[in-house]
Design a protein. Structure first.
Length: 252
């Protein structure tokens, strides 16, 4: 990671432009949320600053995950179809680790910093004074949330072992990830079910944020949040192993 950052910072202008583009994207999203709250006082019982906290928490989790685990989305086009995966299989290292470590998505770092700043800003305006239990819960929930997000990308990207490409499947996840910015109970039951099972993004944003803010409802899901990440990632990893066992080299 350190060596990668050194190489990236050789081209400082490119790094700054990439970081600025990410911050502009985030600012646009926040501007849209602000616009909504010029018309309403609350959304399903959530105030403006509580919504900012929700967006910040989910964003911090998702973009932290993206820094280290996002490279898996390239598994089909850049590794399987090109045969690049072959060299990972003859090394004495876990192939999945090598895919993850092959590139650091540093353009997400500014978003991570901005979302943590958003958490503290919103928490200050809400008057949030967390105790040790809440802070511990938040820390474990963020780690668990990162594993949840990583498991989603790993599961859908691993379909490339059969299809050769995974970007269409992952593109669907990009679209669904926007659901993490809003309270889950504003959606239809079918969408709620999707966000706690196949694409369990609710565990990366809504459930932990609502627990920290003292919101009522979904108590069992909130308590399960710090523990579901490893479980989902284990399931996704088993699917990856199944796909890898079916992989055949492209040859020379």
């Amino acid at each position: 990671f350190i060596q990668y950052m050194k190489s990236r910072l050789i081209y400082k202008t490119d790094f700054i432009l990439g970081a600025s583009a990410q911050l502009i994207s985030m600012a646009t999203s926040l501007a849209f949320l602000t616009l909504i709250f010029t018309q309403i006082e609350s959304l399903q019982g959530w105030t403006f600053h509580e919504m900012l906290f929700l967006a910040g928490f989910g964003g911090a989790v998702i973009f932290s995950q993206n820094v280290f685990f996002f490279n898996i989305i390239r598994i089909g086009e850049d590794y399987i179809l090109t045969g690049k995966l072959d060299r990972f299989l003859i090394r004495p290292l876990n192939p999945l680790f090598q895919v993850y470590a092959d590139e650091v998505h540093d353009n997400n770092i500014p978003k991570v910093i901005a979302n943590f700043a958003l958490i503290f800003y919103a928490g200050y305006h809400i008057g949030l004074t967390p105790d040790l239990l809440t802070i511990t819960y938040a820390g474990f929930s963020m780690i668990s949330g990162m594993l949840v997000a990583a498991s989603i990308y790993l599961l859908f990207s691993s379909t490339a072992f059969w299809t050769g490409t995974s970007r269409n499947a992952v593109w669907l996840i990009f679209r669904l990830s926007n659901f993490r910015k809003y309270p889950i109970d504003i959606y239809a039951l079918a969408i709620q079910g999707l966000l706690v099972t196949i694409v369990p993004l609710a565990f990366a944003s809504f459930f932990p944020a609502s627990f920290i803010l003292g919101k009522e409802g979904f108590e069992a899901w909130k308590l399960a949040t710090p523990f579901v990440g490893p479980l989902f990632f284990y399931v996704a990893y088993r699917f990856w192993k199944l796909g890898l066992s079916n992989y055949s080299s492209t040859g020379s």
